[in-house]
Each structure stands twice: as structure tokens, then as C-alpha cells.
Design a binder for this molecule. Structure first.
Ligand code: CP
Ligand code: NVA
Length: 309
């Protein structure tokens, strides 16, 4: 069966754990060598990977490209707009065609339905590089980053302050799969999807909602936020969102409520001094650039899992 990496809640928890462990081992094995130097193991030798972007990207684009190359594979980075995909060819036909040329497809797109249709009709593994609804590769890197700094994440208190968006959704899935306690603090109008509350509750890790950010962050092991306006949000909503989310900015006063050794995460790109202040982003709790680096290592493990190599 073709192994797609579509979402954290759709992937077996033991396999997710194995991917995190593999990512850490691969990171250690590189032992600080130059980025362009291949890994000792070349599990992707002879493999061709298509990286398709219907939205902008810095981290996802570059970390997948570098990761595939370090493991001996080749990549082609494609813009959805430049393909027939952007001019009316169906997703299903695109998937069938790409399956004749490449060994794996990573796609960043808008609607989740596009990702799912690609996976349904592809004979090769498909990886979710972000949709309007979820961002699983990011949170695999975030779990890896937390554990690198502080040990096992299970049982820890993770607080999300801000918009209940696609990155939050994948944190919710990770809470259920890796066993941490997740609190959401944000305005009711920007609550996460009800489906994620139901899923986490069924997994025995119900999401806590606390409207007061100070109360929410008290005793946190990890504080996380993201942009107030995502790529799929209409620009016309920008001012309203900023007004609603300003009380949930992660600043030094809010971080002071967390445990003294709490970490701060942001998937980036950030709008400095909106959702988080520069003092926090560049401060002692912040691990934002480790998160960015770990995209590379976590995705290498995801690629290997998908290809069974
Ligand atoms: N965090 C993240 O996915 O960044 P990019 O949009 O730059 O890929
Ligand atoms: N929530 C953001 C994440 C970007 C990596 C977005 O979807 O634009």
C-alpha cells in the first residue's frame, strides 16, 4: 500500500514516534558537516521527488529540497500556477501523470480536498506540505525540537495563544498522538474547528479553552503562536483579526507566567511585534530557529517512512 503522510492524526502514533527518533538519529549522524555534503546513508539514491507549491514558502521548499539531496535523491520544485494544474487539468489526472515520472509528491495547497484527491489518485506517496486546514510536517519538527531541549513531551502543558488555525490543528493532533496537554487561548471568533476538540477528547487528551491569556499560560512548559493572518485568509480580514488577537500577543509579560524553563515556538514566518514581540522571539525561551532547522531532519524521516527506505 502507498504510504502517504497526510496528517498527524491519520498516522499511527508508534510510527510517528519512530520518525521523531529517526530524525534525531539522522541529525546526530550528520555531525555538523556542511549542508551540501551527502549523508553517509543514501536511501533516496535514484529517487525523484516533486515539490509542488500553490502558496509561497521558504522553509518547506528549501528544507525538503536540501533533505532529499542529502539523502541522495533528486528534486524538482514546481509552482502549481505554472503547471496545467493551475489551468484546469484535474488533480486526479495530475496525480496519475506525476506517478509515471516521480517517486514521491510533496504538495502545499489551499483546499484539503486537493491534497486528498492527489493522494487518492497517486501511485506514489504524497506528503502534506500545508493546507488551509493542517500543517503536519511543521509539528513533527516542533515535537522533535521540544524533546531535544526538554526531553519527552508527553504530559507537558502546551499553550497556543492566538488564531485557531492550520498549525494549531496539527498541534491538536500531536497532543492526541504524543500525549501532551493542550490549552487554546484566543478569541471565540477564531476558535479551532470543533472536529479537533472532538478528536482530542476521543483520544483522552481534551483541549482546554481559556479565554484569559494570563491564566492560560500560567505554568506552561511550551508557549506557541502563529501569524494572525494566514496565507488563505482574506486580506480584508486583516484589521479585524489584528484587533481581536492583540490581547493574545506573546510578549515578555505573558511568557513570565509560564514555567521559568518554558520554551517559545513559532513556525515562522513571523510578523515581529504583532503575534510575538522581538524580545520573546530573540529571548532566552525561544527555539524558533531550531524549529526551522528541524524541519529538515523531521522531513527526512518522513520521506524515508513514506518510501520505506
Ligand atoms: N513554517 C513554514 O512552513 O514556513 P514556510 O511557509 O516558509 O514554508
Ligand atoms: N498559518 C500560516 C502558517 C504558515 C507556515 C499560514 O497558513 O499561512
Amino acid at each position: 500500500m502507498t504510504r502517504h503522510f497526510l496528517d498527524i492524526h491519520k498516522t499511527d502514533a508508534a510510527e510517528l514516534r519512530a520518525m521523531i527518533d529517526a530524525a534525531r538519529a539522522m541529525k546526530t549522524a550528520r555531525d555538523g558537516r556542511p549542508r551540501g555534503m551527502p549523508d553517509d546513508d543514501q536511501p533516496l539514491a535514484g529517487r525523484m521527488v516533486a515539490l509542488i507549491f500553490e502558496k509561497p514558502s521558504t522553509r518547506t521548499r528549501i528544507s525538503f529540497d536540501v533533505g532529499v539531496r542529502q539523502m541522495g535523491g533528486q528534486t524538482m520544485v514546481l509552482s502549481g500556477a505554472d503547471m496545467q494544474l493551475g489551468h484546469g487539468e484535474t488533480i486526479a489526472d495530475t496525480a496519475r501523470v506525476l506517478s509515471r515520472y516521480v517517486d514521491l509528491i510533496m504538495i502545499r495547497t489551499f483546499e484539503e480536498a486537493t491534497l486528498l484527491e492527489m493522494a487518492e489518485h497517486s501511485d506514489v506517496p504524497v506528503i502534506n506540505g500545508l493546507t488551509n486546514r493542517t500543517h503536519p510536517c511543521q509539528i513533527m519538527a516542533d515535537v522533535m525540537t521540544y524533546e531535544e531541549h526538554r526531553g519527552p513531551i508527553d504530559g507537558k502543558k502546551v499553550v497556543w495563544s492566538g488564531d485557531g488555525n492550520n498549525v494549531f490543528a496539527s498541534f491538536a493532533h500531536a497532543a492526541g498522538q504524543f500525549g501532551f496537554d493542550l490549552t487554546f487561548t484566543g478569541p471565540e471568533t477564531l476558535d479551532p474547528e470543533p472536529a479537533w476538540f472532538d478528536w482530542c477528547a476521543a483520544k483522552g487528551h481534551p483541549i482546554t479553552v481559556e479565554r484569559d491569556p494570563d491564566a492560560a499560560v500560567t505554568g506552561a512548559d511550551l508557549v506557541v503562536t502563529d501569524t494572525w493572518v494566514s496565507m488563505h485568509d482574506p486580506q480584508s480580514a486583516r484589521e479585524r483579526r489584528h484587533n481581536q488577537l492583540r490581547p493574545y500577543q506573546v510578549n515578555e509579560a505573558l511568557m513570565a507566567r509560564a514555567k521559568p524553563d518554558a520554551l517559545f515556538m513559532h513556525c515562522l514566518p513571523a510578523h515581529r511585534d504583532d503575534e510575538a514581540t522581538s524580545a520573546v522571539m530573540d529571548g532566552p525561551h525561544s527555539v524558533i530557529f531550531d524549529e526551522a532547522e528541524n524541519r529538515l531532519h523531521a522531513q527526512k524521516a518522513i520521506l524515508r517512512w513514506c518510501l520505506g527506505v
